[in-house]
Ligand binder design. Structure first.
Ligand SMILES: Cc1cc2nc3c(=O)[nH]c(=O)nc-3n(C[C@H](O)[C@H](O)[C@H](O)COP(=O)(O)OP(=O)(O)OC[C@H]3O[C@@H](n4cnc5c(N)ncnc54)[C@H](O)[C@@H]3O)c2cc1C
Length: 379
């Protein structure tokens, strides 16, 4: 593993206080930078460590098991590197700057979500206005921008109505120092508190011409850039939530060995019902690993699974997040009332794991994608 047990332990020890104080993971970021984690996924020829997506899945699971919010926020950085890898492996060098900047310890964030926009990345309420030099000025409000205090590069998009009337989705990268970017201090949530996923207001924030990476017709697209977002976002997000579930199960196993039954005089680990529930949670979790791993290996190998690829990637995320929620709930049940106290790690994991439901692809859209693939468009 790239992330050492010692570093993960250090990060784990901070997580409870960051959550309690609703504080950003400043020190975690510094430690991860020093460990070279921001460049772990960058290909070796660009000065990175060249980990594969399959390997990153295990790293992100481990990081999430230590500090879910830190892992979720850093995930956005790793997703952009993944997108640059997809674009690069299609023979297009236009996103190589992501590798170069990640190696220089720039921190990438994901400024995509907008309030009430269920088109997600296929349509935007934000506006991208062309500048004379080929750059674009972005205006709009992006919600839930994880890593708000720490990002230095923001990948974002907005709509531009071209002269022929066609609407283009313009994707570009903004630098933190660019005028026209305001970050609201508005992150006060049930879980994932240290991610500090605040609202970002863009008011004519300009991305230079060489940072405009795509102008795509609105709607679904099989462009390697879109595939790259989809594939890396869904698989790495699955890794984060699976890491949370795995940690919850470990905590539950530890707890039931200590929790004593007055009725039997034995630890709950000897209670058949508790044993069954722990086994049930583990069996559920066990079904996610192969799904996630096969997807990661196929993305690494450039396998094209055809029409079902996008729905299958959505399903990896959906199954992982739904399973994680169920596993954490079972971990809470077997651990008893102690897990209801805010001081309990399980209580925090229970709040954190809930966030998995909201990320795309949510349960409704993944079912929609499968129905469309199997039955064709709905009238
Ligand atoms: C912990 C966490 C971290 C995330 N990190 C990122 C990230 O880094 N980058 C990113 O792009 N996305 C991120 N997301 C966003 C996520 O992927 C979803 O887009 C987000 O949860 C919105 O989901 P939704 O469609 O269910 O919410 P919505 O229903 O769209 O609600 C989201 C917000 O918009 C408001 N809203 C809804 N409809 C309207 C409307 N018509 N007019 C005005 N306001 C409205 C709601 O009141 C709410 O405050 C993150 C989400 C979570 C939970």
């Amino acid at each position: 593993m790239f992330l050492t047990e010692q570093l993960l332990d250090t990060i784990r020890q901070r997580a409870a206080t960051l959550d309690k104080d609703n504080a950003y993971f400043t020190q975690d970021l510094q430690d991860l930078k020093e460990a070279g984690y921001l460049r772990a996924f960058v290909p070796k020829e660009f000065g990175g460590f060249g980990l594969s997506l399959d390997e990153m899945v295990y790293e992100q699971m481990a990081l999430a098991g230590a500090a879910p919010a830190t892992a979720l926020a850093i995930n956005m950085h790793q997703v952009w590197i993944g997108v640059a890898r997809s674009v690069y492996s299609s023979g297009d060098n236009s996103m190589n700057f992501v590798f170069e900047e990640a190696v220089a310890d720039e921190v990438f964030a994901f400024g995509v979500s907008e309030a009430g926009n269920d088109l997600v990345m296929f349509g935007s309420n934000s506006v991208a206005t062309p500048c004379d030099d080929g750059g674009y000025a972005f205006t709009g409000t992006k919600i839930f921008t994880s890593n708000s205090p720490g990002w230095t590069r923001l990948g974002t998009f907005g709509a531009h109505c071209a002269q022929n009337g066609e609407t283009l989705n313009v994707w570009g990268f903004l630098e933190r120092s660019t005028p026209g970017i305001t970050i609201k201090d508005d992150w006060d949530t049930l879980g994932m508190r240290a991610s500090q996923s605040c609202t970002t207001v863009l008011d004519g924030a300009v991305a230079r011409p060489d940072r405009i990476v795509r102008k795509l017709p609105s709607g679904a697209s099989s462009d390697p850039f879109i595939f790259g977002i989809f594939a890396h976002f869904e698989v790495l997000l699955a890794a984060v939530y699976t890491g949370i579930a795995r940690r919850a199960l470990d905590v539950a196993v530890e707890t039931v060995h200590k929790r004593m039954s007055k009725a039997t005089g034995k630890p709950y680990a000897q209670d058949p019902a508790i044993r069954w529930r722990i086994a049930d949670a583990a069996m559920e979790l066990d079904t996610v690993f192969p799904l996630m791993r096969m997807a990661a290996l196929d993305v690494d190998a450039g396998v094209d699974r055809g029409d079902l690829w996008f729905p299958q990637l959505s399903n990896v995320k959906s199954k992982a997040t739904e399973t994680a929620l169920s596993v954490v709930e079972k971990a809470v049940r077997v651990s008893g009332g102690s897990s209801y106290f805010n001081r309990s790690e399980l209580s925090r994991l229970y709040r954190d794991v809930l966030a998995g439901l909201f990320h795309p692809s949510d349960d409704e859209s993944v079912h929609g994608a499968w129905a469309q693939a199997l039955l064709g468009p709905q009238d």
